[in-house]
Design a protein around this ligand. Structure first.
Ligand code: GAR
Length: 208
């Protein structure tokens, strides 16, 4: 059974999607063994507690810089013996020492179709604001492996979502979550735990 550690910073709806999928038996090869938050008091921690999953807080504000925070995070991940680390609305910049320690063992969910609307500054609602401003008609979500390049690691799964004329950033965010993120994130975790994702020459291939 692979140990899954989920990293959060906020509301944790993607964490909830993972917990629900686990309860439905949809991630048979893995188990969420720990939730780590970069902020104290966030609702994601309550979701973990309700599901009986141990959690830890590594408060970004208590560390002088990203390197010091990343060192503490890395130590925690090693203590937890994580086989898979999932960024689920984890909004903290992490030093490359962390992704290097878990090559192709960390995945992130991003609320757009990478390589559009991603990289520095594109997170949360900002992504959907930029999508609406650009006038594109299709957006979606991406699950990818985490590397030292921000939002640049091998893409595992993507799910498109249509933009509607009357969308606001909030309505679009909700639809992208419901129709894309909450589906492809648990699916990617299940595929990983079943050994069905291989990275060849920097490209992730899924063998279902
Ligand atoms: C989600 O939409 C997630 O894709 C996004 O933040 C939201 C967190 O919601 N992540 C990023 O923008 C990362 N670049 P949640 O806490 O309810 O899962």
């Amino acid at each position: 059974m692979k140990k899954i550690v989920v990293l959060v910073s906020g509301g944790g709806t993607n964490l909830q999607a993972l917990i629900d999928a686990q309860h439905r038996g949809e991630i048979p090869g893995g188990e969420i063994t720990c939730v780590i938050s970069s902020k104290p008091g966030v609702y994601a921690l309550e979701r973990a507690a309700k599901a009986g999953i141990p959690s830890r807080v590594i408060d970004r504000k208590e560390y002088a810089d990203s390197k010091a925070f990343s060192g503490a995070l890395l130590e925690a991940l090693q203590e937890e013996q994580a086989d898979l680390v999932i960024y689920a609305g984890f909004m903290t910049i992490v030093d490359e020492m962390v992704s290097r320690a878990f090559p192709y063992k960390m995945m992130n969910v991003h609320p757009s179709l990478i390589p559009s609307f991603c990289g520095k500054g594109y997170y949360g609602l900002h992504v959907h604001e930029a999508v609406l401003k650009s006038g594109v008609k299709v957006t979606g979500a991406t699950v990818h492996f985490v590397t030292e390049v921000c939002d640049g690691g091998p893409i595992i799964l993507q799910q498109p979502v249509f933009v509607q004329n009357d969308d606001t950033p909030e309505t679009l965010q909700k639809r992208v979550m419901e129709q894309a993120e909450w589906k492809i994130l648990p699916k990617a975790a299940a595929l990983f735990c079943a050994g069905k994702i291989k990275v060849e020459n920097g490209i992730a291939k899924v063998y279902e």
